[in-house]
Structures are given as C-alpha cells and as structure tokens.
Design a protein. Structure first.
Length: 251
C-alpha cells in the first residue's frame, strides 16, 4: 500500500508545532514545573481541569504511569469528554457563568494548591471563571491555551477576557484558530487537529520539569509506575498510602 501524502503532512505539521513550543515555550514550561514542584514540596495538592477535548490533556496527567500521584482531576459534570448525550450539551455548559465557582467551591482545592486549566480557545465562561475563582482562593493557576484565540476571536465571558488573562503562568500551544492543520482540494472544511498532541506534550514537559526540580532539592517525586509491570501495583499502593491526604481519586 502506498504512503498517504496527507498523513505525512499531518505528522510533519505536528512535529513542527512540537518544535515550536520546545523552542519558544521553554521559559514558561520551566516556571510551571517550578510551581508544581513548590506545591509538592510544601505538601500542597495539584489539580488539572479541562472541558471537552481539552479534558484529554488534563486526564493524561492524572493517575498516570510515570505521573505524579498527587495530581487530581477537577471535573465539572457534563463537560469531561464527549460521553454526555447530546454531545453539544457539554459545549453549552462551558458557556454557563457561575458554574466554575460552584464546582471549585465544592472541591477540596485550597490556598497554596496548583490548578492547571486546559482550554484551547480560553474564551468560554467556564475556564475564565475557573481561573478567576481559583486565584481568588489563593491557588496558583497555570493556563494551557492558544493565545492566538485571544487575537482572532471574541471572549464569551461578560468581562471580555480570556483564560490567559487570569493565569499566573501561561503555556501557549501555538495552535491556530480553528484547530485544523490540513486542507485538501475537494474537502470543504479544514481537518486533522493537533491541539491534543501539543497540549499533552506541554503538560508532560511541565511534569518533567517538576520532577527535575524535586530531585534537585533532594525530594523523591511521588511518581506512579505502570500497573502492568511486575511490582507496579505494590509500588503504587505504597506511594498512594504515603500521600493519601493529597489524593482524591481514590477512597
């Protein structure tokens, strides 16, 4: 079977985007890693939030082999993934003002904790208010978003602001408005989104920077191992028992 020209073009585009965030985002990634390491070292907790497809990158750092055990998913019912039916309801909930504050207020998040908010566009009420509410509570907020949307679209929040306006640290994915890397003759809409690849890479780069910081301070990072390797489950049981007060995805 011959190679797919479009498949190759997409992979080249994704590689180019990854190179760009590596070269242009090193400073913010290092700062985000330091913030995460500071929270872990101080005995605070970590949370990640994302709605719709942005939730994929948030979930990728929670209860993850090779990830920090103290990273928790801050879930807003109806917005995590596309399992809600009808699917457009999840998108509608992202535009509801007041929802983020209610969810955050009912969560265990507290001053000194870190909240990573993933939102490609950063324009909807949910991520904007999540950042506003979190900072008001004394959390450090790391936003993972595309700053291009703040220039190419309008905000859907009453303040007219975007997620990036309310974060302590911003990791810019550099994804173009519309999140589609390819066009082709005979195809009416652009296609092949790369935001999940780039955003997940930024999240893992941040976590790697945090691990590096912790090791430099002589602190063992509370990392999880794969449950599919010999000794993995036992290792994870130990780590989770040692840090149970900071883990909320396990009873």
């Amino acid at each position: 079977m011959s190679e797919s020209k479009l498949a190759g073009q997409f992979l080249d585009a994704a590689i180019g985007l990854l190179r760009r965030v590596r070269d242009e985002g090193a400073g913010p990634v290092a700062a985000a890693g330091k913030a995460v390491a500071d929270a872990v070292a101080a005995g605070n907790r970590l949370f990640a939030f994302g709605a719709g497809h942005s939730s994929l990158a948030a979930q990728d750092v929670v209860y993850r082999a090779g990830g920090l055990a103290v990273m928790n998913l801050l879930a807003v019912p109806g917005t995590v993934g596309v399992d809600v039916v009808p699917a457009p309801l999840g998108s509608a909930l992202e535009r509801v003002e007041g929802l983020a504050g209610a969810v955050l207020g009912a969560s265990p998040a507290a001053a000194g904790d870190v909240l990573v908010i993933v939102s490609l566009s950063g324009r909807n009420a949910l991520p904007v208010e999540m950042a506003l509410s979190a900072r008001a509570l004394g959390l450090t907020v790391i936003g993972v978003t595309s700053l291009a949307y703040a220039e190419g679209t309008t905000s859907r929040h009453t303040t007219g602001t975007f997620l990036g306006d309310h974060c302590d640290i911003v990791l810019d994915s550099g994804i173009a408005v519309g999140d589609a890397e390819l066009t082709a003759e005979g195809v009416e809409a652009p296609f092949a989104p790369a935001s999940t690849i780039v955003t997940s890479a930024l999240m893992q780069a941040m976590m790697a920077a945090a691990v590096e910081r912790l090791v430099a301070r002589g602190i063992e990072p509370p990392l999880l191992r794969s449950g599919n390797v010999d000794g993995g489950p036992e290792w994870n049981d130990r780590v989770m028992a040692e840090h149970h007060e900071r883990i909320f995805y396990r009873p």
